[in-house]
Design a protein around this ligand. Structure first.
Ligand code: CP
Length: 348
């Protein structure tokens, strides 16, 4: 059995914008996927190249190339997209899947077992583990003891969701260059693990500007802002969607729970009264003010912050975005499993 793989540190050794020619980095740092910061631009480009290839693999019905490989999904909190997309990805690669949904109740955690012990056991039965844990450091703790790669499928209530951000970025990348983008990230950003992970990834590209649009009480947390400051990435904190919606190339809308904005009534720029939720929601009237070629993304699930009247708009990318999750997760699994295979061969 190989030793546990090293876990990336919070401050990665690679600069935020490594040179494009850094081909030596390709595939060199991806052992676990715990946080977005660990991705370099060359690693992202390798992932996206593979994801393009996976679009063709899926169109052919899949491959049997990974038929002896086993992936375990260990989800302590609910998921529709992430778990099923990972499981579909492994099936399309020809691999097999062990799955524990609602793991807090349907695993030995109910007997008091710690995640570290669960992972040591599961790591003996599988080649890769995908975990969604209740604690913000759950995936990191898992990776620290795991003999096989661990993928963070969303941790805690305000941690990170790096594979969601990877598919978000891939969706944008398929439509336009990533350098020079202006992006509005909207929602309750303090708890927004997808928004947090995407901000880290966008920060790796040149001349990107982010607008964090949220009620002040729910704004992006200081750790992300510090990271952006350290890496000279431009951003603005904004509380009025009207001031940015017509300027940006990408609108990344995220969940807004009505109970968190109910008391935030106010007025729009035009003086209209608005309840707290509507100030941050997108509907067919709001999208009329967007650039004609802007992209509308949402990690889903949505509730009231993204009206169904937007779905028919050609700029609405969110269902394509969810589909891209399959390709990106297939690509990610191959990157991890190929490395894992090489490590096991060397060990034995
Ligand atoms: N976007 C996302 O993480 O969705 P699920 O919670 O359904 O996995």
């Amino acid at each position: 059995m190989p030793e546990p793989c090293p876990v990336p540190t919070t401050t990665p050794p690679n600069p935020a914008r490594p040179p494009a020619s850094g081909s030596a980095l390709r595939g060199a740092t991806l052992k676990h996927v715990v946080e977005s910061q660990q991705f370099t631009v060359p690693l992202l480009m390798e992932l996206f190249d593979r994801s393009r290839g996976m679009e063709h693999v899926v169109a052919r019905g899949g491959t049997l190339d990974y038929q002896n490989r086993i992936m375990t999904t260990l989800f302590y909190t609910p998921s529709t997209r992430t778990r099923l997309s990972f499981e579909a990805a492994m099936h399309r690669l020809g691999g097999r899947v062990l799955s524990t949904e609602h793991a807090g109740a349907f695993s030995s955690e109910i007997e008091g077992e710690q995640v570290e012990d669960s992972i040591r056991i599961i790591g003996g039965h599988s080649d890769v583990i995908v975990i969604r844990h209740t604690a913000e450091d759950g995936a990191r703790r898992a990776a620290e003891v795991s003999p096989v790669p661990v993928i963070n499928a969303g941790d805690g209530n305000g941690g990170q969701h790096p594979t969601q951000a990877l598919l978000d970025l891939y969706t944008i990348y398929r439509q336009r260059p990533l350098d020079g983008l202006s992006v509005a990230i909207i929602g309750e950003l303090d708890k927004g693990r997808t928004a947090r992970s995407l901000a880290y990834l966008l920060a790796k590209f040149d001349r990107v500007k982010m607008f964090f649009v949220s009620p002040p009480q729910l704004q992006m947390k200081q750790d992300i802002l510090d990271y952006l400051d350290e890496h000279d990435v431009r951003y603005e904190l904004e509380s009025d969607i009207d001031r940015v919606i017509g300027e940006v190339d990408v609108v990344y809308q995220t969940r807004i729970r009505p109970e968190r904005v109910r008391d935030m009534a106010g007025r729009n720029n035009d003086g209209r009264e608005n309840d707290g939720l509507k100030r941050y929601a997108i509907d067919s009237k709001v999208v009329q003010r967007m650039k004609p070629d802007a992209l509308i993304l949402h990690p889903l699930p949505r509730t009231v912050e993204l009206d169904k009247s937007v779905d028919a708009d050609p700029r609405a990318m969110y269902f394509r975005q969810a589909m891209n999750g399959l390709y990106v997760r297939m690509a990610l699994l191959t990157m991890l499993l190929d490395k894992e295979q090489a490590a096991r061969s060397a060990w034995w």
